[in-house]
Design a protein around this ligand. Structure first.
Ligand SMILES: [Zn+2]
Length: 213
């Protein structure tokens, strides 16, 4: 798990979705949660950059070395979604730009719908690192595996590190496409009927309106 998170960090930085100390990664690890330490560079992680914390202890009771300042957001997400194995928080520019416009990211392509569901909702700006942000993110993650954080970044959940990374890449790519289309007109997004038909051809694995696991 930790090796996969290290590799994911490299890919996130090389894809320009985090810089310097920006972003953080976590995964379930031996009954606990392994999360990047505060100030870690996602592009150059090693095992000593991970802090193991207990999933249910309040943030202020967690021991040093200092875990990521976004620990509250990660822990709330794991509590909200027991099947989640990995979480990525990053600062992808297209997704952030879309959030500045006050827009959710709707499903524009079948790929997005199959991997991320009907949309990635936007959470209005809340100060980073606060427990208030963690609680608000947790509410939106009940119905979607990815949330846009206004004026900040995104949080994406996965059943595995590779799924969380794929979802992040898809989300950022689709945010860029949506911005390009918005710049010149009113984009067509997938309709409810489109998504219901996709449910049929994918064998009903992803049912419209149900929570995306
Ligand atoms: Zn951040």
């Amino acid at each position: 798990m930790i090796e996969q998170l290290i590799e994911a960090g490299r890919q996130i930085v090389s894809a320009h979705m985090a810089r310097g100390w920006g972003g953080n990664l976590s995964g379930r690890y031996q009954g606990n949660i392994a999360i990047t330490r505060s100030g870690a560079d996602l592009g150059q992680l090693n095992r000593s950059d991970f802090v193991v914390v207990t999933p249910r202890a309040p943030v202020h009771q967690q021991r040093l070395p200092k875990p990521s300042s976004e620990l509250a957001m990660h822990l709330t997400a794991y509590q909200t979604q027991p099947t989640t194995q990995a979480i990525i928080h990053a600062h992808p520019p297209n997704a952030i730009a879309l959030g500045l416009l006050g827009r959710d990211l709707p499903a524009l392509t079948p790929d997005f719908y199959v991997h991320l569901g009907t949309s990635a909702p936007l959470l209005s700006y809340i100060t980073p690192t606060t427990e208030e942000l963690g609680a608000a993110v947790g509410e939106l993650l009940v119905s979607s595996p990815a949330v846009l954080l206004q004026n900040h970044g995104v949080i994406v959940l996965g059943h595995s590190v590779s799924q969380a990374l794929l979802r992040l890449m898809l989300l950022e790519e689709q945010a860029g496409i949506y911005l390009q289309a918005l710049a010149v007109g009113e984009p067509r997004i997938l309709t409810e009927e489109d998504m219901l038909r996709l449910d049929v051809v994918t064998g009903g694995r992803y049912r419209y309106g149900e929570r995306m696991p």
